[in-house]
Every structure is written in structure tokens, then in C-alpha cells.
Design a protein around this ligand. Structure first.
Ligand SMILES: [Cu+2]
Length: 217
């Protein structure tokens, strides 16, 4: 009985392997270090593919909070078409705006969740500010990709569900002081390689942690 079950499972496994298309989803591990060979944490990584992105059934949603007179997170990466909410959890009112070509909008003086989300429908970087607090600066990077994230403490990011092809890896953070697209690599996932080691030519200290200290609120 058990043997027959095992045979069935083994048969199913072989069947699944045969059925797997050539463009089977792959994964990529990005390892980021800085000029001093330290792991670079909190840096945005975007992987672009030539396979068209499947249209999401519903618009993706993201949140950029305002907390202790800071945007949290300070840097957000979203897929084009994403609706971003900007709740204000401070007691003071904020007046959020962007004059960037990627998205121009204004959320007049508010607290809480007064305003509906903003749809980011164009690629590029929207730099956000607050009319009341000049020190508040946030960034929304809008990309034509659903494959992105930020490097962890070990300077690492793993992205799954990638098509089996040559993909373009772009690394960006406003504190790097370079335009989006300047630091990039092409990685051919068909070669069996699924790691990308990228070394920055500058020293890096993650400033993002400071703005993410929710605990001591
Ligand atoms: Cu403000």
C-alpha cells in the first residue's frame, strides 16, 4: 500500500518535471557590498525582464506612513499602477506633495486617513515633501516590474518567480547620489547562474534604520 503511494508520488514528480516549461520560474540572489567590503543594507534592487509583466487582477497597494515627522518608509518601490496610501499617524498635520514629473499631487493639510490613495501610473522617481516640515523627504520609485525589494542586514535580497532569461538588475537608493539606472548588471539566468554580486564604489551606511524605529514610540 505504502509502496504504491510512493510510486504514485514519484510518478507525479516525474510528470511535473516533464511538464515544466522551459521558462520555469527562477530565483536570483543579489549580494551587495560597499567599497569597504561591508554588507550594504537597505538598498533598493529592481529586476527587469523582457517577458511582459502579467497584469495584476487588482491594483497593487502600498503604504507610506508619516510618523515622527518622517516618511516611513522613507523610500518605497512600487510597480507602475500601484495605489499608495499616505496615512498620517502623527498628532500634527502634514501637507504632502510631489512636483516630480513621475507624479504630481498634493494632499492638503490632514491627519489620519483623510485622503484616498494616490495612483502612481508613470515610471520614475517621485520626491515627496511636506509643506509644513521642510525636513520631511520621501521617495517613491515607480518601475515597470513586480520584482524588487531591499537588501537585508547581510546585504542580500532573494527574488523568486523570475523568468528563465537574461534579466537586468538595477540598484538604487537616494543616498547613493546617483540616478536610477546608473548601477546595473545583466544576469543571464539561463546559464544556471542565480547569484549577482554587486560592489558599490562608495562606502555605505544605512540611514533607513533610524526612520524605522517604531518600537520606542
Ligand atoms: Cu509635515
Amino acid at each position: 500500500m505504502i509502496l504504491r503511494q510512493l510510486q504514485r508520488i514519484a510518478g507525479a514528480a516525474v510528470f511535473a518535471m516533464v511538464l515544466a516549461p522551459h521558462s520555469q520560474a527562477g530565483s536570483l540572489q543579489i549580494q551587495l557590498t560597499d567599497a569597504r567590503d561591508r554588507n550594504a543594507e537597505g538598498i533598493g534592487v529592481v529586476v527587469e525582464t523582457s517577458t511582459p509583466e502579467p497584469l495584476p487582477t487588482a491594483p497593487p497597494h502600498a503604504v507610506m506612513d508619516q510618523h515622527r515627522e518622517q516618511f516611513v518608509p522613507r523610500v518605497l518601490i512600487v510597480q507602475r499602477g500601484t495605489q499608495v496610501s499616505f496615512p498620517n499617524t502623527d498628532r500634527v498635520q502634514h501637507h504632502v506633495y510631489s512636483f516630480s514629473p513621475a507624479k504630481q499631487f498634493e494632499l492638503a493639510l490632514y491627519r489620519g486617513n483623510e485622503h484616498p490613495p494616490v495612483t502612481f501610473d508613470r515610471d520614475g522617481i517621485a520626491v515627496l515633501g511636506c509643506n509644513i516640515h521642510d525636513h520631511m523627504v520621501g521617495y517613491v520609485l515607480v518601475v515597470d516590474s513586480s520584482h524588487f525589494g531591499f537588501t537585508d542586514r547581510d546585504g542580500r535580497l532573494v527574488l523568486n518567480g523570475l523568468p528563465n532569461e537574461a534579466v537586468k538588475v538595477t540598484v538604487w537608493h537616494p543616498d547613493l547620489g546617483v540616478d536610477y539606472g546608473v548601477i546595473n548588471r545583466t544576469i543571464d539566468l539561463t546559464s544556471g547562474k542565480n547569484t549577482a554580486e554587486i560592489r558599490l564604489d562608495q562606502a555605505w551606511q544605512s540611514k533607513q534604520e533610524a526612520s524605522l524605529s517604531w518600537n520606542d514610540y
